[in-house]
Design a protein around this ligand. Structure first.
Ligand code: HAM
Length: 453
């Protein structure tokens, strides 16, 4: 029987895996510039972490969790998101007592949701995100949004749509929920079954319904704006004014409520439609939360964070050709003519790899022409051919595959030869400190470039 992957999961390989690595490395590097450090939490948690953290009213907890009993009869869940697990870890490790506040963590890895698979929606997907915990201010809400925006800009995204909204503080939200209940009580009988349970559990979530007929009703629902306390309104206006000052374009979307129950005050989503017109849904989203830390038995600390969906980010970047074809191309393909040269080939490959050159060896032992063709197919820069004579003379034939030019080079000169061919020996000093040739011969002031020997 042919065994296939589980529905809603996928194998990631080739260009896509390069895309994943690149995207994650940029996200990591930019987050570190903002003072975030990595926190790795387990994939499995006690189910309670998400039931309490994400909230019983959310679709994620009601319908989408991969929950099972382990052999000891414990109810465990494969994380459907990171935030609740991160907060569980912060409280369990008492980071708030041993480190300066705010705590700033980033994370990445797979998450699991039993959703209906479709374009940009998987059952196992990857998130990268950040959480800032222990400071409650409009400034930190704004800074987190700016970090998300800067990550996407660094990846090359133009024409992003940043949607933001406020869910207000507790009192604003309570009043608003009452108003929504009043309004939807006249329509709920004709709305979808999800909305019927949302009506009982959290009427705010009805605003997020995707059923076209329900969306029509939602259009006429009261707006949060009318129920905000003065404090909540001022805070939101402050967040918006910071974004304006930073010239970050955004739209206020008063139907944006987010699918997880822990949010209060600022919420936001990043959207992007690729040039192919494909809309993969939000590529990242987040917001402020005020009760999660307490929910796990910690002190009264607020937090704010976001998560990106890596699959969605990579898909839009692929559509819009924002990913390099091969970020790490093959430099050397070593061709030993016969088995007798396999060991010298391996020694040479090791020396080249130590110098940082991506190098492979061809052990096929077929016709030379066939092996050179393989080097071309692999897009290598050079084919390094070693036969009996070459080993005897401590040399190798280097063929530059783009031009067909070929030369015999002694072992001791190979690294310099390749460096010269690749243009690696041209020292360009970005800061200009080495423009003066004499000066350059001694050292490089900026320390970023190789010293001349
Ligand atoms: P979320 O909106 O549920 O938020 O997910 C964040 C991102 O994960 C989405 O914007 C989307 O890009 C991606 N995503 C969600 N579901 C899927 C899916 N089934 N397939 C592929 N990608 C998906 C959270 O998870 C919150 N923890 C974000 C947060 C962090 N809020 C505060 N801190």
């Amino acid at each position: 029987m042919e065994v296939k992957n589980v529905k809603g999961t996928k194998d990631v390989y080739g260009k896509e895996v390069n895309g994943f690595q690149y995207v994650e490395s940029v996200m990591r590097a930019v987050s570190e510039l903002y003072g975030f450090e990595e926190l790795r939490t387990p994939v499995i948690e006690h189910s309670e972490v998400f039931v309490r953290g994400v909230g019983e009213g959310s679709d994620v907890v009601r319908k989408e969790m991969y929950t099972f009993l382990d052999k000891g009869g414990r109810s465990l869940t494969m994380r459907p998101e990171f935030t609740a697990g991160i907060i569980r870890s912060i409280v369990q490790n008492k980071f708030y007592a041993t480190r300066d506040l705010p705590l700033k963590f980033y994370y990445s890895g797979p998450v699991f949701r039993y959703e209906r698979p479709q374009l940009g929606r998987y059952r196992q997907f990857n998130q990268f995100g950040v959480e800032l915990v222990g400071q409650n201010s409009a400034q930190t809400d704004a800074e987190i949004i700016i970090l998300g925006y800067m990550i996407l800009k660094t990846l090359g995204f133009e024409n992003l749509t940043l949607k933001i909204n406020t869910l207000g503080d507790d009192s604003s939200r309570d009043e608003y929920k009452h108003a929504l209940k009043d309004f939807f009580s006249q329509h709920i009988d004709n709305m979808c079954s999800d909305c019927k349970s949302r009506f009982e559990l959290n009427p705010l979530r009805i605003l997020d319904c995707k059923v076209p007929e329900d969306k029509e009703i939602v259009k006429h629902a009261p707006k949060i704006n009318e129920y905000l306390s003065e404090e909540a309104r001022n805070r939101f206006e402050y967040v918006c004014s910071i974004l304006e000052y930073m010239e970050i374009p955004f739209e206020v979307d008063d139907t944006l409520v987010r699918g997880l129950d822990y949010y209060s005050e600022t919420v936001f989503e990043f959207h992007y439609t690729s040039s192919k017109g494909q809309n993969y849904g939000a590529i990242g989203a987040g917001g402020h939360y005020d009760k999660l830390v307490k929910e796990f038995g910690g002190p009264d600390l607020h937090g704010v964070g976001f998560s990106f969906g890596i699959e969605r980010v990579v898909s839009v970047m692929t559509d819009d050709e924002l990913l390099q074809d091969d970020a790490n191309p093959l430099i050397n393909y070593i061709i030993p003519i016969s088995e007798d040269q396999h060991i010298p080939a391996l020694a040479l490959a090791t020396a080249l790899r130590v110098e940082g050159f991506k190098t492979e060896i061809c052990y096929d032992g077929t016709k030379l022409g066939t092996m050179v063709k393989k080097a071309v197919k692999k897009n290598a820069k050079f084919a390094l051919i070693i036969g009996e004579d070459e080993v005897e003379n401590n040399a190798v034939v280097i063929k530059t595959l783009e031009t067909g030019e070929q030369e015999t080079v002694e072992f001791k000169d190979i690294i310099d030869y390749i460096d010269t061919k690749l243009g690696n020996d041209e020292h360009h000093c970005e800061c200009g400190c080495c423009d003066d040739e004499e000066h350059h011969e001694d050292h490089c002031c900026c320390g970023r470039h190789k010293k001349e020997n």
